[in-house]
Design a protein around this ligand. Structure first.
Ligand code: G
Ligand code: G
Ligand code: G
Ligand code: MN
Ligand code: NA
Length: 251
């Protein structure tokens, strides 16, 4: 309840919310990061830094996820004007996609900032599959139609059926870090990740491996055929200023 009250205040006063970006690097050696995942951060004057999974949950339960989501999108779009041609993925909650007209407003906001939709990827978790909601499907299809790419996040932790995957216009599959962790444990983990990669290949999805924390994991993931790697090994989430060349500015 305190989190809700403080979050309401943060939204009203427009303070304490910020976006950190984590690089998503091409698996090919030497290629520069050109993609980032946007991750919300909140520091409240009363509560200090609040973990995003906590305040996102509170926002979802209290209905604040809609105004919060729009505020975060504005922050990302403003940063993207400093990021040259880089692409950014944004996490979207099922609660946001359940609101009719979400895709239309999302598109309008992005265009109003002068950002091309192809630069933005929308990440949704497998939990949206469980909802089996017609509005969610409608809004996802509309986002794809409007030129945004769609990523299925945390893949392997939920219940996404292959049938659903083939029906929906996903472009990217993000392998959850629990699987990435398992590849060093032996044959079983390797087999599992190999089969996920095979599945993604068959569906012409590109593959991001999440939570890569060591060079050993990176080597194995390249060998298995992941297209992009993301994790502390390549960079922690950091403000946009950490990732732009000095002197870069809005164009
Ligand atoms: O760094 P990490 O602790 O940032 O993120 C924790 C969780 O919060 C992740 O599951 C992530 O998807 C979620 N999250 C981070 N930023 C956002 C956001 O802007 N919107 C939504 N809906 N979820 C977010
Ligand atoms: O749920 P989602 O995948 O959107 O959230 C990404 C979360 O993973 C964020 O909380 C982010 O800070 C965290 N994260 C990013 N890289 C790593 C990593 O290498 N290891 C671990 N344990 N977490 C990571
Ligand atoms: O902190 P850690 O050892 O997990 O970092 C792994 C890699 O990520 C290192 O190459 C480090 O330079 C980079 N990195 C970690 N944090 C940041 C950051 O805040 N900004 C930038 N630009 N790179 C970072
Ligand atoms: Mn994500
Ligand atoms: Na994830």
């Amino acid at each position: 309840k305190r989190i809700e009250r403080e979050l309401r205040r943060a939204l009203a006063e427009g303070e304490g919310l910020e976006i950190h970006y984590q690089p998503i690097v091409p698996a090919s050696l030497g290629a520069a990061p050109i993609r980032y995942e946007a991750l919300a951060r909140w520091t409240s004057p009363e509560l200090g830094a609040v973990a995003p999974d906590r305040f996102i949950k509170v926002a979802e339960a209290s209905g604040l996820i809609m105004p919060l989501g729009w505020r975060l999108l504005d922050l990302v779009c403003a940063d993207m004007r400093l990021m040259d041609q880089a692409r950014v993925s944004i996490n979207i909650s099922p609660a946001q996609l359940m609101s009719r007209g979400f895709a239309e407003k999302f598109t309008a906001v992005v265009l109003s900032h002068g950002i091309a939709p192809w630069r933005i990827e929308v990440e949704v978790t497998e939990q949206i599959v469980v909802r089996d909601d017609a509005t969610i499907e409608h809004e996802l299809i509309a986002l794809s139609h409007n030129g945004f790419t769609l990523a299925l996040d945390d893949f392997g932790t939920g219940f996404a059926s292959i049938g659903y995957l083939t029906q929906m216009p996903f472009d990217v599959l993000k392998i959850d870090r629990s699987f990435v962790r398992s590849i060093e444990d032996g044959q079983q983990g390797m087999r599992m990740v190999r089969s996920i990669v095979g599945l993604a290949r068959a569906m012409e999805l590109s593959i991001v491996a999440e939570g890569v924390e060591s060079e050993a994991e990176a080597v194995l993931l390249r060998r298995i055929g992941a297209d992009f790697l993301q994790g502390y090994h390549f960079g922690r989430p950091a403000p946009v200023s950490a990732w732009i060349k000095p002197g870069a500015g809005p164009r």
